[in-house]
Design a protein around this ligand. Structure first.
Ligand SMILES: Cc1cc2nc3c(=O)[nH]c(=O)nc-3n(C[C@H](O)[C@H](O)[C@H](O)COP(=O)(O)OP(=O)(O)OC[C@H]3O[C@@H](n4cnc5c(N)ncnc54)[C@H](O)[C@@H]3O)c2cc1C
Length: 328
C-alpha cells in the first residue's frame, strides 16, 4: 500500500483546520488537510455561507464565505495538500508515524495529527425515496459547487435553508427554476428568500418530492405533492438539487482510542490528547475554558501546531516568533 508522508495531518478544513494549515506552513511543516465535504470551510460553508460574522478579530463584519476564502488563501501560501471528499475513518500507529485511512480506501502517513473535526463529519440529509440512490449524480445532486452548469436547464431546488436559497438565487435568472419547501417558513436569510421570491422562479410551499423518473440514466421528471392537500404535480426536470440540511457525527473518531468527554475530545493546555502526537483544536475539543467560537478555534490551532512542531523537533522553540518579522 503506497502512502504519502506528512509532518502533520489536519483532519477537518473548517476555519480551525485552515488556520492550522497556515500555521503549520509558517512553522515549516509539510501539512495535509482532509475534509469529508467537497468544499473547505466547515460549518461556515455548509450552514451559513452568506451570513455576516461580527466577532472575528479585525473584521467588523465579514460574510462567512469570504472569511473562508481568506483563510484558504492564507493557508495556500505554504502549499499544503488539501483533499476534500476525504473522510478519515481510522488511525493506526506504526513505529514513529500514524497511518490515516479514508473511507474510499486511501492511506496517508503523518508524524503528527491535528483533529479539527468540529462537530464531526458532515453528510447531507438524503431523500428517503427508494429510487433516490440510483439518480445520485445523474440529475439528482446534494452538493452544487458551480450552479452555472445548470444555466439553461429545467431545475427543481428542494429546501428552505441558506444553501438552497443561494443555489436558487444563482439559477433564478438563468434557468427554468422551481423551488419546493415542505413548510412556509424558510430558515434562510430573509434577504435571500426575498430575492428568490421576487425572481422569475416558481416557489411552492408545503410541497415535497414524491418520486423521480428518468430514462437512459438521466433524471427527466419529478413528481411533487402538496403535504396538506395531497395534490400531485409532475414537473419536467433536467436536475434536482436537494439541500435538506446536514447531519453531523463524531462517528469514527470515537473509536480511535482518544479520550472523549462531553461528546468532545479532551485536551490539555497544549491541545494535546491522551495519545502522544495527536492534538485537537476548535469545536471538537473540550477543556475547562472551552468556547465554541471561530476565534478560540484559531488560538487553539496555533497552540496545537506549535506543540506539534516541538514534538517533531525538540530543539525548536515553542514560541514561533512574530510573523511580522518573517519575509514574504
Ligand atoms: C448558523 C451558525 C452561525 C454561527 N455564527 C458564528 C459567529 O458569528 N461567530 C463565531 O465565532 N462562531 C459562529 N458559529 C460557530 C462556528 O461556525 C464554529 O465555532 C466553527 O465553524 C468551528 O470551526 P471548526 O473548524 O472547529 O469546525 P467545523 O467548522 O465544524 O469544521 C470541521 C470540519 O471537519 C470535517 N470533518 C469532521 N470529521 C471528519 C473526518 N472524520 N474526516 C474528514 N473530515 C472531517 C467536517 O466535514 C467539517 O468540514 C456559528 C455556527 C452556526 C451553525
Amino acid at each position: 500500500m503506497s502512502q504519502e508522508h506528512y509532518d502533520i495531518a489536519i483532519i477537518g478544513a473548517g476555519p480551525t483546520g485552515l488556520y492550522a494549515a497556515f500555521y503549520a506552513g509558517l512553522r515549516g511543516l509539510n501539512a495535509l488537510v482532509v475534509d469529508s465535504l467537497p468544499q473547505v470551510g466547515g460549518q461556515l460553508t455548509a450552514l451559513y455561507p452568506k451570513k455576516s460574522i461580527f466577532d472575528v478579530a479585525g473584521y467588523p463584519d465579514i460574510v462567512a464565505e469570504n472569511l473562508v476564502d481568506n483563510l484558504h488563501t492564507q493557508a495556500r501560501q505554504y502549499e499544503p495538500t488539501i483533499l476534500t471528499k476525504t473522510k478519515i475513518m481510522s488511525i493506526d500507529k506504526y513505529d514513529s508515524e500514524f497511518a490515516l485511512h479514508s473511507e474510499d480506501g486511501r492511506s496517508f502517513s503523518s508524524k503528527t495529527i491535528l483533529i479539527a473535526a468540529g462537530v464531526g463529519a458532515f453528510s447531507p440529509r438524503k431523500l428517503q425515496l427508494e429510487e433516490a440512490l440510483q439518480w445520485e449524480e445523474k440529475g439528482l445532486f446534494y452538493f452544487v459547487q458551480n450552479p452555472e452548469v445548470f444555466h439553461g436547464s429545467k431545475v427543481l431546488v428542494i429546501g428552505g435553508g441558506d444553501s438552497a436559497m443561494d443555489w436558487a438565487m444563482a439559477l433564478a435568472d438563468n434557468s427554468d427554476l422551481t423551488v419546493i419547501h415542505r413548510r412556509d417558513k424558510f430558515t434562510a436569510h430573509e434577504d435571500s428568500v426575498n430575492k428568490v421570491k421576487s425572481s422569475s422562479a416558481t416557489i411552492k410551499t408545503f410541497y415535497e418530492l414524491k418520486s423521480i423518473h428518468g430514462t437512459n440514466g438521466q433524471v427527466e421528471k419529478a413528481v411533487i405533492f402538496n403535504n396538506k392537500t395531497k395534490d400531485e404535480e409532475t414537473l419536467e426536470v433536467d436536475a434536482i438539487l436537494c439541500n435538506m440540511g446536514f447531519s453531523t457525527n463524531l462517528g469514527p473518531i470515537k473509536d480511535w482510542g482518544i479520550e472523549i468527554l462531553n461528546n468532545a475530545i479532551k485536551v490539555d493546555i497544549n491541545m494535546a490528547t491522551n495519545i502522544e502526537g495527536i492534538y485537537a483544536a476548535g469545536d471538537v475539543v473540550w477543556h475547562p475554558a472551552k468556547l465554541k467560537l471561530i476565534a478560540t478555534g484559531f488560538a487553539e490551532a496555533a497552540i496545537a501546531v506549535n506543540n506539534a512542531k516541538t514534538n517533531l523537533d525538540p530543539k525548536a522553540h515553542f514560541f514561533p516568533g512574530h510573523s511580522s518579522s518573517a519575509s514574504k
